[in-house]
Design a protein around this ligand. Structure first.
Ligand code: PRP
Ligand code: URA
Length: 208
């Protein structure tokens, strides 16, 4: 698995701001969107392009465009929704597929409850977004689902990743590409990432 911890100073600065204990919902949302946009910019740097001829103001003109079908952004509900707008900032024509999974608080096992994927997903780049990769269970279940649908080209964007989650994801899906703003230290006994962000879903939705 290719893992990229993005070192851009804006990413380093913004992910640090997100760790503030009493951050407001508004600020957490803004920063989640901003960091997601920066991760998207980095993660799409090597997309394949092709040359096409279009009607320009002075006749035919050769321009470059991104090759293939429109990408799909795949937020893992709920918290992944907090990253979606950041991805769409740079890829406004991307289709959206949603996957509903929550983590059982006792067992930490992923519990799938909904999914709605776009058509021809097997021909699209899928950008899977979730702020937190903790045990990796939710992400592995999501990638399993996408692979079952024939999806081959998958890039994962997470704000914070735990080493334990990266190891589990690598074991399950060694051919993935993952971009993160931070690889943190470890999980605590409750499966929360340290130093982490706390409960990202609660912070994005203002619950609790
Ligand atoms: C969080 C987070 C991930 C998952 C990570 O979601 O957004 O989806 O936990 O944990 P894992 O790597 O151990 O599976 P949560 O279950 O809290 O649901 P929510 O998005 O609805 O808040
Ligand atoms: N889910 C979160 O929102 N935060 C964590 O640290 C782990 C799982």
């Amino acid at each position: 698995m290719k893992v990229v911890e993005v070192k851009h100073p804006l990413v380093r600065h913004k992910i640090g701001l997100m760790r503030e204990a009493d951050i407001s919902t508004k600020r957490f949302r803004e920063l989640a969107r901003e960091v997601s946009a920066l991760l998207t910019y980095e993660a799409t740097a090597n997309l394949e392009i092709e040359e096409v001829t279009i009607a320009g103001w002075n006749g035919p003109v050769k321009v470059e465009q991104i090759k293939g079908k429109k990408a799909t952004v795949v937020p893992i509900l709920r918290a992944g929704l907090g990253m979606m707008d950041g991805v769409l900032e740079h890829m406004p024509s991307a289709k959206t597929s949603v996957v509903g999974i929550y983590r059982d608080e006792e067992t930490l096992e992923p519990v799938p409850y909904f999914h709605k994927l776009v058509g021809q997903i097997d021909e699209r780049l899928a950008l899977v977004v979730d702020p937190m990769l903790a045990t990796g269970g939710s992400m592995i279940a999501t990638i399993d689902l996408l692979r079952e649908q024939g999806c081959k080209d998958i890039v994962v964007l997470v704000l914070v990743a735990a080493p334990e989650g990266l190891k589990a994801l690598e074991a399950a899906h060694p051919d993935l590409v993952l971009y993160t703003a931070s690889i943190d230290e470890k999980l605590n006994e409750q499966g929360y990432i340290l130093p982490g962000l706390g409960d990202a879903g609660d912070k994005i939705f203002g619950t609790k």
